[in-house]
Write a protein that binds this ligand. Structure first.
Ligand SMILES: [Zn+2]
Length: 375
């Protein structure tokens, strides 16, 4: 029997793996950080016998509530990621699984590989109206890529979308893949109409180093990028510095920052109501966006989410708040579940790459609904 995570976005520590009924594992912390929750590993063993895997001390993970009613994902072909039940005993996470093949991959959520990220960028740049811009290098020397979709023209709105500041939130890049496929489809009316009104600036992966390293939440240096938007630095958070500099060049009329939430089994948005510049104009735009999104898909809801910030109490180091404040624009954090949207629960797959991609297609309807009204 063999367990390894020595591959793109792999993360596991093997404590003991000699007997199928006593496999003891732990999750490595993000580099220079105390955050951990993302795991991704390969089990190479004998099929058709039960394997008992224990991931130790997950109560110390970043979001212990994430383990309640949680199902891990597993795959034999690295394409289809099905759910496997887990049990959280308050300290450890237990997975009982009888593999049907020699090799089984396990992960916290369906991975989105660095190679797939490069494929996405390369495919997108070949489409009409889309070009690639290199923003700079990360601390590990990877490329920060921006896709500019639409022809910049006087009067067009500038809409920025970023994803995966938190690298373990792979559903965010799955969403971008679906969003781009619709936006770049020349036969899609919503995409074409939106590009008549707006230019979209899209960063499919804000944290390629953390993604490849198998981190949950931070970059190569242990920085939580979504707390770096007040004073990003070349040394600690170049990813944010590049994007914020570019935003200052282009201007921003709307901003969407895409994430995943470990605990809440819903799709929801969190706004900028706690920023000093929040006003009735922004509130009207928020309501228009949410109404259109609710009409577009029952996967979105506005009943359950984060507590609203008190006026003036927003954390301005967070991307959504920082951009809303600096650019006086509509800004939302869009959260998807690691578990499932329990309004439309799916025991076999839970929240999945396919549903994330579909939500990316559907959110374009909500963006289209506000585009004329942003200024
Ligand atoms: Zn996040």
């Amino acid at each position: 029997m063999r367990i390894t995570s020595n591959f793109d976005s792999g993360n596991i520590q093997v404590i003991r793996a000699e007997q199928p009924d006593d496999i003891q594992l732990a999750i490595n912390k993000d580099n220079q950080s105390d955050f951990f929750q993302w795991f991704h590993f390969k089990l190479d063993s004998t099929p058709f016998i039960n394997h008992k895997l224990t991931i130790q001390n997950v109560d110390k993970a970043a979001y212990p509530d994430g383990w309640q009613n949680y199902q891990a994902v597993a795959s034999y072909d690295r394409e289809e990621w099905f759910r496997v039940d887990t049990e959280f005993d308050g300290t450890n996470l237990h997975i009982d699984h009888t593999p049907e093949h020699d090799i089984t991959y396990f992960a916290y959520f369906a991975p989105y590989s660095y190679e797939r990220h490069l494929d996405l960028i390369s495919w997108a740049q070949t489409c009409f109206d889309c070009r690639h811009e290199h923003l700079g290098e990360t601390l590990d020397g990877r490329d920060m890529s921006l896709l500019v979709v639409g022809q910049p023209e006087e009067g067009k709105k500038k809409i920025w979308i970023t994803a995966r500041q938190h690298p373990g939130e792979t559903m965010a890049e799955w969403l971008i893949e679906g969003l781009l496929e619709r936006l770049l489809d020349e036969d899609d009316g919503v995409g074409r109409s939106l590009l008549d009104k707006a230019v979209l600036y899209i960063v499919p992966n804000m944290n390629p180093d953390g993604s490849a390293r198998g981190h949950l939440r931070t970059n190569a240096n242990g920085a939580n990028l979504n707390r770096e938007w007040q004073s990003p630095s070349q040394e600690n958070s170049p990813e944010v510095l590049y994007v914020l500099n570019k935003m200052q060049q282009t201007g921003v009329d709307m901003f969407l920052d895409v994430h995943g939430d470990e605990a809440l089994p819903y799709n929801f948005v969190a706004g900028s109501e706690g920023t000093p510049s929040y006003n009735a104009r922004i509130e009207t735009l928020e309501n228009r966006f949410k109404q259109a999104f609710l009409m577009a898909t029952p996967e979105f809801q506005d009943e359950v989410g984060y507590p609203k910030d008190e006026p003036g109490k927003a954390n301005l180091t967070v991307a959504c708040n920082a951009v809303a404040h600096q650019f006086d624009c509509l800004a939302y954090t869009l959260e998807m579940p690691f578990k499932d949207n329990i309004n439309l629960a799916d025991a076999a797959y839970g929240w999945s790459p396919k549903r994330s991609k579909q939500l990316g297609e559907d959110v374009l309807i909500a963006i289209h609904a506000v585009a004329d009204h942003l200024r």
